[in-house]
Write a protein that binds this ligand. Structure first.
Ligand code: DGY
Length: 400
């Protein structure tokens, strides 16, 4: 990567760093700590400032609830540029919520297991890093235990989400299929995101009604998972989130071994892998589309649309070589038109594609990073290199 890009990236992280030790995903638009952003940011820090990487993870894990849950947003301070804030979420309704921080009552993709391994791989001080991992890893394990215990009602090894914000892919057209089954009230509220970026890139007010209604529903049940899974109209098994859970399980198996403890936990992680991987394959692979899709657990139907999430299984090394080759073909055939950068967040040939609105088309750099390593693993060096080149060119042309 060019030196000036690296320096710019570092200076952005520096400007976005906040006490008590976390990094904003973006000033104004995302003015707090976000779970998966923090994890991926920590990998960046591991390349040049190990202490910052540790701090980022430690701050996040310190917000863990008594039941192992790790929240999606931690509201470390006040901000008038973001809605809905902590007063709307009222996560403290859950009896086991952290008393120390204000948070949401939602999850985000469980990246920390594999993030710890990525930090270790990049670390210039392996001993110190293993000491840090030894202190933190059980918290991540208890988070996975929370997910398998509370978010997998049919014991399939596939975790559900009850809100689009839990997926990380906030405004994907996938959720339109769920909105079509709902008719929430019209809320009175003031949008703050559109004072920060163009409304053309953001969800509509009517979409926000759905988001707010799902939070209200969770609040009505004091964020009780069993009640939410019984009543929520939004209950989805997401191929991105579940691939990252599988990836993190695997990383934690390796890390416990490196740290030299956690025998029982390794056995449990292996048991989860034995359940999750075949069910991920059997339930989420769509052989017509040639990649993995979302499953609407509430209405018992697959959502047959391709997104960049459909390919993240490569990063988790889930498909066999034959399936992986098919996925490579689909990426080349459907996501690779004239003047197109890899990899659009949504199928460019689908009517719902929108090249401007977040997750309905625009490339998401973190997913590209995952695809790059996934393709490398399968020996698909050309396509991996193409994704790397496209990512860098986008950043060079349009900025971070
Ligand atoms: C938002 O408010 O758009 C966030 O992405 C939620 O995580």
């Amino acid at each position: 990567m060019k030196d000036n890009l690296i320096e710019t990236a570092k200076s952005i992280l520096d400007k976005n760093y906040r006490e008590p030790g976390f990094t904003l995903p973006s000033q104004g638009l995302y003015p707090f700590q976000w779970n998966w952003d923090s994890g991926l940011i920590a990998i960046g820090y591991a390349n040049y400032d190990l202490d910052r990487a540790f701090q980022e993870i430690q701050t996040l894990l310190d917000t863990q609830w008594e039941n192992g849950f790790i929240p999606h947003i931690i509201f470390h301070g006040e901000s008038d540029t973001y809605f809905p804030g902590p007063d709307f979420h009222e996560a403290s309704l859950h009896p086991q919520a952290t008393k120390k921080y204000k948070t949401t009552g939602m999850i985000q993709p469980p990246v920390i297991g594999f993030v710890l391994y990525e930090i270790y791989k990049r670390s210039s001080n392996k001993k110190k890093t293993l000491e840090f991992i030894t202190q933190q890893i059980d918290k991540v394990y208890y988070n996975h235990l929370y997910l398998y215990t509370n978010r997998d009602p049919y014991k399939e090894g596939l975790v559900y989400i009850y809100h689009n914000w839990e997926s990380g892919t906030d405004n994907s057209p996938i959720w339109d299929m769920i909105w079509a089954t709902m008719d929430p009230p019209h809320y009175e509220f003031e949008r703050r995101d559109t004072t920060q970026v163009s409304a053309r890139e953001r969800p509509t007010n009517r979409e926000y009604d759905h988001y707010l209604y799902l939070i209200d529903l969770a609040k009505q049940y004091n964020y009780n998972d069993a009640k939410i899974s019984e009543h929520s109209p939004f209950l989805v098994q997401d191929p991105l989130l579940n691939a990252l859970l599988i990836k993190s399980n695997q990383s934690m198996i390796e890390l416990y071994k490196l740290c030299g403890f956690g025998g029982d936990k390794i056995k449990q992680l292996e048991a989860w892998q034995e359940l999750s991987i075949p069910n991920y394959e059997a339930k989420l692979f769509n052989s017509q589309l040639g990649a993995y899709v979302h499953y609407d657990l509430r209405n018992k139907r697959p959502i047959d649309m391709l997104t960049s999430s459909s390919f993240v299984a490569l990063f988790a090394e889930i498909p066999n070589n034959e399936k992986a080759s098919r996925m490579r073909r689909i990426l080349l055939d459907r996501f690779n038109g004239e003047e197109m950068y890899l990899c659009a967040s949504f199928d460019p040939y689908n009517d719902h594609f929108d090249p401007k609105r977040y997750w309905r088309g625009p490339v998401w750099i973190n997913v590209n990073w995952m695809l790059y390593y996934g393709l490398q693993h399968y020996g698909m060096k050309d396509l991996a290199e193409r994704i790397r080149r496209d990512s860098l060119e986008l950043v060079e042309k349009y900025g971070f």
